[in-house]
Design a protein around this ligand. Structure first.
Ligand code: NAD
Ligand code: ZN
Length: 343
């Protein structure tokens, strides 16, 4: 099969011929139709500090996918050949306290598809049946291929009750933009999203009904005053990983406000903790998706009219993967989807 592999410990990915994976008794083989390029894949492409310390070489990358089941392990029940699916890219064990209490997404032994085990940028993917998420007929493959980041957005946005609340999202990357759309569906009163990149903010306005703020040009403080928010934002979703954005968010919150942190700062990030204390803020770290409650909720939201299709701005046949990665690296794109059907 064809696969996109980190074959050498340096910048880039290479299209290689690899053996079709053999599956175990509890696994399925999935024929991959579409994949999404994630920020994680860009780290792996760039071979930055994190990637070179985390990813063994060679490694088939990629974890955002949609496809269909073509082979079932002998102990697999409840799934069928031909079933369209996406799937959770975190492989968990069943021994930890967290897993045994049903919080699989908190298993400390988690391994990542396309990071620690062979990934989804390939014509075929081997996956534990446990990780498979069947796709309803009315969710197309290209949306199936972005359920992983949509799941990050849904997990973060649903961390706190948003009904009637004023919500600030920092960072209008694909995940921040989808979180804005979810916050709207969850009946937030006002949703404000910040960025320093006008292309990203324009995309946010296309995908979701939000007030965008370019914090390199406009003062968030003035926007809050103009919107008539008396004390500030009730809920903050940090989705930039940027230190200044988090500072600005803490400043803009109401007393007793709640913040969910998804963005990953590149290194140590100093924080004015006394402000957190005096404002009585709650801060929650968010990692991945809840297994599998987030998957259930996001599919329900999609079936109930949530439309994130416009967040996909680029589509390429996988032969043109280099253009796909270039689009992602330009910082101007939303989600980039690669089509594997004619690989
Ligand atoms: P992205 O890099 O595409 O988007 C981040 C956005 O933040 C960019 O548009 C950037 O211009 C913007 N930004 C930079 N400085 C800013 C500032 N001062 N104020 C406001 N915005 C600013 O990332 P993404 O793919 O949308 O992911 C969002 C974040 O979530 C990233 O930090 C990513 O690493 C992280 N992430 C975390 C998890 C998790 O499980 N916790 C999973 C996926 C992604
Ligand atoms: Zn991802």
């Amino acid at each position: 099969m064809k696969a996109l592999e980190k074959s050498h410990p340096k910048e880039g990915l290479w299209m290689v011929e690899a053996p079709v994976p053999e599956i175990g008794p509890d696994e399925v083989l999935i024929k991959v139709n579409m994949t999404g390029i994630c920020g994680t894949d860009i780290h792996i492409w760039n071979w930055d500090d994190w990637a070179s310390h985390t990813v063994p070489v060679p490694m088939i990358t990629g974890h955002e996918f949609a496809g269909e089941i073509v082979e079932l392990g002998r102990d697999v029940t409840g799934l069928a050949i031909g079933q369209r699916c996406s799937g959770e890219g975190h492989l968990v064990g069943t021994d930890s306290r967290q897993s045994r209490s049903g919080k699989f997404h908190l298993d400390p032994g988690t391994r990542g598809v396309g990071v620690n085990v062979q990934g989804a940028f390939a014509q075929y993917l081997r996956l534990p049946a446990f990780n498979v998420v069947p796709l309803p007929d009315n969710i197309p493959d290209e949306i199936g291929a972005i359920l992983d980041p949509l799941g990050n957005a849904v997990h973060t946005a649903l961390s706190f009750n948003l009904l009637g609340e004023d919500v600030l999202i920092t960072g209008a990357g694909p995940i921040g933009i989808m979180a804005a759309a979810v916050a709207r569906r969850a009946s937030a009163r006002n949703v404000v999203i910040t960025d320093v990149n006008p292309d990203r903010l324009a995309l946010a306005r296309e995908v979701a009904d939000v007030r965008t703020v370019d914090v390199s040009q406009e003062s968030l403080h003035d926007v809050v005053a103009e919107m008539g928010l008396k004390q500030g934002f009730d809920v903050g979703l940090e989705m930039s990983g940027n230190q200044t954005a988090l500072d600005q968010m803490c400043e803009a919150m109401v007393m007793g406000g709640r913040i969910a942190l998804l963005g990953i700062p590149p290194g140590l990030a100093p924080m004015d903790w006394s402000r957190v204390v005096f404002k009585a803020l709650t801060i929650k770290g968010v990692y991945g998706r809840e297994m599998f409650e987030t998957w259930y909720k996001m599919i329900a939201l999609l079936q109930n009219g949530l439309d994130v299709s416009k967040v996909i701005t680029h589509r390429f046949p996988v032969a043109e993967f280099e253009q796909g990665f270039a689009a992602m690296k330009s910082g101007k794109s939303g989600k980039v989807v690669l089509d594997w059907r004619d690989a």
